[in-house]
Design a protein. Structure first.
Length: 117
């Protein structure tokens, strides 16, 4: 029963991710401008979709995928804030990216997975 509910939720996440990608592409087409923030958002959607695909196939979640999503999300946050944000905030966000990157490097060779089995 739990596996069935899990699969239904994963299918729903995949459908909503595809919908979000289509909505973002429509927005980019309507504005006739492609920004770095738009590309990073599409990349986040692609990573989420890939994460769902990997988990749906193997029912295991490599920990490194959410780390990549976090790095991309923090990068997008930095891009969106622009020049108006406090310098300290930029340093903290960059340090967060560095810390997550170090964690990803450390976990790259370690087979840490979260699964339902």
């Amino acid at each position: 029963m739990f596996r069935f509910v899990e699969d239904v939720i994963l299918i729903l996440i995949a459908i909503l991710t595809v919908g979000a990608i289509l909505f973002e592409l429509y927005s980019v087409y309507g504005n006739m401008v492609i920004t770095l923030a738009d590309l990073l958002l599409l990349f986040i959607y692609a990573e989420v979709f890939g994460l769902v695909a990997v988990y749906f196939r193997s029912h295991e979640l490599p920990v490194i995928y959410p780390l990549f999503i976090a790095i991309t999300a923090l990068s997008r946050l930095i891009v969106l804030q622009g020049k108006d944000s406090a310098p300290e905030q930029l340093v903290f966000e960059a340090a967060s990216i560095l810390l997550i990157s170090i964690a990803a490097i450390l976990l790259r060779n370690v087979k840490v997975k979260i699964g339902t089995d």
